[in-house]
Design a protein around this ligand. Structure first.
Ligand SMILES: *Cc1c(COP(=O)(O)O)cnc(C)c1O
Length: 255
């Protein structure tokens, strides 16, 4: 890793800072699982590394992190390509951001799981990209995908995703492709809700997930919960948490 000096004081203190934050988040997950009567093994932690450095990803892997997530193709493709191959191999890379169809080829070349599938046009673009071998030179490759659901109720509270009423059709469409594997649902809690509102939103998501699994039994992943609401997501049955700031600290404002 060019420019990274493991012995330097800055690197040591940054690593220490991340280690402490990670311990605190793991404790929150443990407490959340205990309160919900769940085993921590049912919950996978994805560290969202957007805006943070390759060195930070190296620290995370050394600290036992197995999953990272990114939300912008340009940043993600450059970072993943620059990772030390040993580190890359140790990681499952999730893409969690809004995706333009013209980025489909790029994203399938480095993502192991795409969490933000939200429209038919994107499904077609991904299938086409995989069909034409854009993915790691493997024409047979199947990509794990999650459908992103909009949990906002009318108004402007939504944060991306497909309206629940359109979910069954999108799920059918994904299931009919030969290169995409439907693994579950992802959502971001609508902005500006109190605890009861967020709990209700995650409850709607859990119901949608249960419905989906009656027709798509392999769609067992429920990706919900971020730095501010991970306990509520665990209580609602989340299997994957996407945590950024609570582990890596604040990042520059997006957009
Ligand atoms: C940035 C991001 C996260 C992490 O949010 P934090 O509040 O920093 O934990 C989770 N999910 C998605 C889709 C994101 O874009």
């Amino acid at each position: 890793m060019v420019g990274w000096c493991p012995g330097s004081l800055d690197a040591v203190s940054r690593r220490e800072e991340i280690a402490q934050n990670l311990t605190a988040v793991r404790e929150r997950i443990g407490a959340g699982c205990a309160a919900a009567g769940r085993s921590p093994e049912e919950v996978r932690l994805i560290v969202i590394t957007k805006f943070h450095t390759l060195e930070d990803i190296g620290h995370l892997v050394e600290l036992g992190v197995t999953d990272i997530g990114e939300n912008r193709d340009q940043e993600a493709s450059a970072k993943i390509a620059a990772l030390d191959p040993t580190i890359r191999q140790a990681l499952t890379v999730h893409f969690v951001g809004q995706l333009q169809t013209n980025k489909a080829r790029s994203v399938v070349s480095y993502a192991d799981c795409l969490q933000s599938v939200d429209r038919p046009k994107l499904v077609r673009a991904l299938q086409k990209a995989l069909e034409s071998g854009a993915s790691q030179e493997d024409p047979q490759r199947q990509l794990d995908v999650l459908l992103q659901v909009d949990l906002g109720e009318g108004e402007d509270a939504g944060r991306g995703g497909i309206p629940p009423a359109q979910l069954p059709d999108l799920a059918t469409q994904v299931a009919e492709t030969d290169h995409l594997r439907l693994r579950g649902l992802m959502a971001v809690a609508p902005l500006g809700l109190d605890e009861a509102g967020t709990t209700a939103a995650f409850g709607r998501l859990a119901d949608l997930s249960a419905d989906l699994q009656t027709t798509h039994p392999a769609a067992t992943i429920l990706s919900a919960g971020m730095s501010g609401d991970l306990e509520l997501a665990i209580a609602a049955g989340a299997t994957h948490l996407r945590v950024g700031t609570a582990i890596l600290g604040s990042r520059p404002d997006q957009r």
